[in-house]
Each structure stands twice: as C-alpha cells, then as structure tokens.
Design a protein around this ligand. Structure first.
Ligand code: NI
Length: 169
C-alpha cells in the first residue's frame, strides 16, 4: 500500500493540493477502500457532512458524504460525475479545509450523481437540498475549486481575518 490511511489528516487552505485537479481512480482496490474508510472517520471526527480526496492530501477523484451524521448514512463516491437541476438557491457553506470561513454560495437545488461505489460498481443517485449541495461542494474540491472562489464582496470582508490567519499559518 502506497498510502498509509492512518497517517491521513485533513489539510487546510492554502495547501497546494487543494488547488489541483484530482485524477480519476483507475481501480477500486483495498487501498482505495481503506482511504475511503479513513476519510469517513475524519469526516465524523471533524465533524462534517462531506470530505474530498484533496482535503486529505490525495489528488484522487473520490469523496465521502454523510448528510445526517448517522453511522449508517455514510456514502462513498469514486470518479463521480454530476448534473444539476432546479432553481438556484443560496445557502451558507463551510469547509473543513477552511476553518472559521463561511460563504453564502448559490447553487442549483437538485443534482444527479453517477459514481463508482466501494465494491467497484457503478451507481446513480438523485437528491435535492442538503445532499445535492454536499455533492456540488465536494465535486468542486475535485476540480480544485473552493468556496472562497465564490465569495461576494460582503463575504470577502467578513472572512478577511480568518483567511489571513490561514494564509499566514
Ligand atoms: Ni470543503
């Protein structure tokens, strides 16, 4: 195993890996499954509702999500593709790689995701509201996009101090 899952930690902005375009996962191996399990653990510890590969330092097209925080509600999305639908809605978002930062992000209210699961099987799911938003936020991470890229001038002012602290750390 090239990656030691136990050593994975959540990386913070401005870690360069957060700006990389992540690469597709060629095969769902035991290593990928172990990384996904560790990401789920880190997501719950944080606690958060989603975590993407680049956020643990891996430029892999993989993210995990759990919209309710219930142990049985963990989801793994490998090599996802996303289509969005519905009207745009604004909602405050945070990010485990951007502590103390909140941004009002406008996104379509619904989405359909196609991905590979932990068993290497393709699946499709559709959702609205929180889960659709988590998918879009985590999918952005796979393309190196962060919520700070979507700040309004007001958000930029409100988050100035927190961003300076991160950039100076
Ligand atoms: Ni995030």
């Amino acid at each position: 195993m090239v990656v030691d899952p136990a050593k994975l930690r959540i990386v913070l902005y401005p870690e360069p890996v957060l700006r990389q375009v992540a690469q597709p996962i060629a095969e769902v191996t035991d290593e990928v499954r172990a990384v996904a399990a560790r990401m789920i653990e880190l997501m719950h510890q944080a606690p958060g509702v989603g975590l993407a590969g680049p956020q643990v330092g891996l430029p892999w097209r993989l993210f995990v999500a759990n919209p309710t925080g219930e142990p049985g509600d963990d989801r793994v999305y490998i090599n996802p593709t996303l289509t969005t639908a519905g009207s745009n809605t604004a909602r405050e978002e945070g990010c485990l790689s951007l502590p103390e930062v909140t941004v009002e992000v406008i996104r379509p209210e619904a989405a359909t995701i196609r991905a590979t699961n932990r068993d290497g099987e393709p699946f499709e799911d559709s959702a609205g509201d929180l889960l659709a938003r988590i998918w879009q936020h985590e999918y952005d991470h796979l393309d190196g996009v962060l919520i700070i890229d979507k700040m309004s001038p007001i958000d930029r002012m409100a988050n100035k101090r927190a961003l300076r602290a991160l950039e100076g750390a």
